[in-house]
Design a protein around this ligand. Structure first.
Ligand SMILES: NC(=O)c1ccc[n+]([C@@H]2O[C@H](COP(=O)([O-])OP(=O)(O)OC[C@H]3O[C@@H](n4cnc5c(N)ncnc54)[C@H](OP(=O)(O)O)[C@@H]3O)[C@@H](O)[C@H]2O)c1
Length: 253
């Protein structure tokens, strides 16, 4: 049995990682803030798959919460073989409208938590000569769309370097870059999505399936679906002023 630690496992893409990794027989450590949701997911996964599931309720933007997750991730008596850095959220408004504290918390969740947990698991993985890390980024990493894009671009650049550097030692690092995916993400940030075309949406199920396949293949970047692979290619030639639009709309607009 191997153990996978998944952040942001209480909903959306993280909850789907928990379901698919549980179905493959991995024990799980589920991390997020809402303990009730994690407990309920844990009960369901234990009864369906007969695996062991630990729940760790932690706010990863809070130093104490992140420290608790790091302590669990580096525990040599219960080694983590698969790390999925998935917890994340979006900011609806432009950078200059957001309180700096919100921007700092956003950066902590998308960059500091990812860096800290990779740093926590890597020594054990390298000593065992095997391990997989999946860092959930976004296709936004390839476009100039605010501090969200900037943070996800860090995740992609870090994962590309880490995969090239550690793969020969048996540890793969993959940046999973989904496009629009049906989860709670947009509702939580208060973003109107009714105007977005149906074809632009992916399911969490297909995003995770593609991400796990690319991670097993040792790829450094995984962009689920042909339409978003094409979007990333096109984004390389379009000017920034085009890629920065359309702006996000608040719910109800
Ligand atoms: N949905 C999309 O269109 C899309 C596209 C590209 C990339 N992504 C990325 O995919 C990842 C997962 O998002 P999702 O779409 O699945 O959204 P989601 O349904 O809103 O799930 C976000 C998860 O992150 C957890 N989380 C948020 N803030 C946290 C914090 N401070 N500490 C610990 N956990 C926290 C949430 O749990 P709690 O509230 O219980 O803490 C939840 O489990 C994110 O990194 C996001 O940037 C999403």
């Amino acid at each position: 049995m191997t153990t996978a630690l998944i952040t942001g496992a209480s909903s959306g893409i993280g909850a789907e990682f928990a379901r698919q990794l549980a179905a493959q027989g991995h024990d799980l450590v589920l991390v997020a803030r809402h303990r009730d949701r994690l407990d309920s997911a844990a009960r369901d996964l234990v009864s369906r798959h007969g695996i062991e599931v630990e729940v760790l309720s932690a706010d990863l933007t809070d130093p104490a919460g992140l420290a608790a997750a790091v302590v669990r991730a580096q525990d040599p008596s219960r080694p983590v073989s698969i790390l999925v850095n998935n917890a994340g959220h979006g900011l609806l408004h432009d950078f200059h409208h957001n309180p700096l504290a919100e921007e700092v918390a956003h950066l902590r969740l998308h960059v500091e938590a990812v860096m800290s947990l990779c740093h926590a698991v890597l020594p054990g993985m390298l000593a065992r000569g095997e391990g997989r890390i999946i860092n959930v980024a976004s296709v936004a990493a390839f476009m100039p769309r605010g501090t969200y894009s900037a943070a996800k671009a860090w995740v992609v650049a870090f994962s590309r370097w880490a995969n090239a550097h550690y793969r020969r030692s048996g540890v793969s690092v993959t940046a999973l870059c989904p496009g629009l995916t049906r989860t709670e993400f947009h509702h939580r940030m208060g973003m109107e999505t009714r105007w977005l075309p149906r074809w632009s949406w992916l399911s969490a199920e297909s995003v995770v399936r593609d991400g796990l396949k690319d991670s097993l293949a040792g790829r450094s970047v995984s962009v689920p679906s042909w339409r978003y692979k094409a979007a990333v290619l096109v984004s390389k030639v379009l000017p920034d002023r085009v890629l920065g639009h359309p702006a996000r709309r608040p719910m109800g607009e």
